[in-house]
Design a protein around this ligand. Structure first.
Ligand SMILES: CC(C)(COP(=O)(O)OP(=O)(O)OC[C@H]1O[C@@H](n2cnc3c(N)ncnc32)[C@H](O)[C@@H]1OP(=O)(O)O)[C@@H](O)C(=O)NCCC(=O)NCCS
Length: 173
């Protein structure tokens, strides 16, 4: 069955290929990419490849990055979700991480916080994932605020592409 989560204001649902334009907008928006170091500016075709990988994750891991839809307007707000990482970051590999991107039109309305709480609840309680990480650029104040509001604990700091990042974790109770 397709993954779908719901909160007061939003639906989190699986991405589909027809979401490519909206997905690509986030992949190429300067403000959205500001703190994502070493992130290449993608062509539409490259975004399509990434979107296909996102979609593939759902079947393999029952989780992944989900599209956030505004219940009131059906507008595309952005994405949020827990993804399984099999590549190395810092000294870790094969871990779950929470990630999110919100379209700037929707910033500062609590959407990332609301979506993160729903995704963590799904991952930790429904899927019984024992541990979820989050990696944040130390300059990314907005993201640090979200992390502090949804229950993560600071683990350590490290350098990635010459940029200081914080590593956070939340553990299943
Ligand atoms: C980080 C991001 C997802 C936050 O989304 P959002 O929906 O605006 O987040 P929320 O509204 O839930 O919370 C943002 C918090 O930052 C605050 N904030 C907004 N603009 C800010 C700014 N310029 N400086 C500092 N804080 C700011 C908000 O007031 C809110 O804090 P509060 O709840 O204490 O008032 C969004 O800015 C984004 O997509 N950024 C680009 C992608 C990105 O950096 N992703 C995270 C990678 S780790």
């Amino acid at each position: 069955m397709a993954i779908q989560l719901e909160t007061n204001r939003i639906i989190l649902r699986e991405f589909m290929l027809h979401d490519l334009e909206e997905f690509h907008t986030l992949e190429t928006n300067e403000a959205v990419l500001k703190y994502l170091t070493n992130y290449p500016k993608r062509t539409l075709n490259e975004s399509k490849e990434i979107l296909c990988q996102v979609i593939e994750q759902y079947r393999n891991f029952k989780t992944g990055r989900l599209a956030i839809i505004d219940k009131a307007t059906q507008g595309f707000i952005g994405w949020c979700g827990i993804k399984f990482n099999n590549h190395k970051r810092h000294v870790y590999e094969n871990f779950y991480d929470l990630g999110y991107r919100i379209h700037p039109n929707y910033w500062g309305n609590g959407f990332a916080t609301e979506a993160s709480i729903a995704c963590l609840n799904y991952g930790l309680n429904d899927l019984e994932i024992s541990n979820v990480s989050a990696i944040v650029n130390t300059q990314n104040t907005q993201s640090l605020k979200v992390i502090s509001k949804v229950g993560f604990n600071y683990k350590e700091s490290f350098l990635e592409h010459n940029t200081e990042k914080h590593w956070y974790e939340v553990t299943r109770k």
